[in-house]
Design a protein around this ligand. Structure first.
Ligand SMILES: N[C@@H](CCC(=O)N[C@@H](CS)C(=O)NCC(=O)O)C(=O)O
Length: 237
């Protein structure tokens, strides 16, 4: 039987797509990447690939497909967290999901905490200029979930829990350091110092050093491009 092919619709700017890119690279998966320009999406994308018209999306099929006109028999899989599980299921030997049920539950709990606790206060702070306090408190809660000595979120092996958080940690570090956000000037570097340089967040900083030094992260994170895009969206001038 032919190996099913995987078409991955992605965009370098998108942290959700980077989650999936990291997982594919960690799994050493052979995928066809198709970049989508989010400012000028092809008219076939929603009807043929993802009705929600978002990246990331994957078409998974049994025949070599044309990315612009994938076979209707191929499966469409969307939503970054669903895709992380999908990649882990396709590549069980990658260790992206541990074999042990308790560790699997820990990975999923970590992902749930990231999604429910940190994103809302980050958006309030960064896109609406509200106080950073709730965001900093939420990051402290995430830090508490990190094992004291292990390298990654659920031990010494990189899992989907790390892939889920890494793109966001990377963007927080970059955007805060460059003072990019809809907050008062100078607030970004102040919060940056707290999260990425203070003793209080030493555990988080060590964790960030572990994930940001992974090849899968470095290959999928382009700081200059992200700063340029963020300046257009969040710049003060
Ligand atoms: N919940 C989705 C969010 C994906 C998402 O919001 N993607 C954005 C880019 S980061 C997108 O494609 N937006 C559509 C657009 O910009 O038109 C996921 O986790 O995959």
């Amino acid at each position: 039987m032919a190996t099913p092919d995987i078409i991955f619709y992605t965009a370098k700017v998108c942290p959700y797509a980077q989650r999936v890119e990291i997982a594919f690279q960690e799994a050493k998966a052979d995928v066809t990447r198709y970049p989508i320009d989010l400012l000028n999406k092809p008219e076939w994308y929603a009807p043929r690939v993802n009705p929600a018209s978002k990246v990331p999306a994957v078409v998974y099929g049994s025949t070599k497909s044309d990315p612009e006109n994938p076979s209707p028999e191929s499966a469409r899989v969307t939503e970054s967290l669903v895709l992380l599980e999908f990649v882990a299921d396709l590549y069980p030997d990658s260790g992206l999901l541990p074999k042990d049920p308790v560790e699997r539950a820990r990975a999923r709990f970590f992902i749930d905490a990231v999604s429910t606790k940190v994103f809302p206060p980050f958006i309030a702070f960064s896109f609406r200029g509200e106080s950073p306090d709730a965001f900093i408190a939420a990051v402290a809660e995430i830090q508490e979930l990190l094992p004291p000595a292990a390298q990654f979120a659920v031990g010494d092996h990189f899992t989907i829990a790390d892939a889920a958080l890494a793109p966001f940690l990377g963007r927080w570090e970059l955007l805060l350091r460059n003072d990019l956000g809809k907050f008062e000037e100078g607030t970004g570097p102040r919060v940056y110092k707290e999260l990425f340089q203070s003793e209080r967040f030493a555990r988080l900083q060590k964790y960030y050093a572990s994930i940001s030094s992974r090849e899968s992260f470095k290959n999928s994170f382009d700081p200059e491009y992200l700063v340029a895009m963020a300046k257009k969206r969040l710049g003060r001038q």
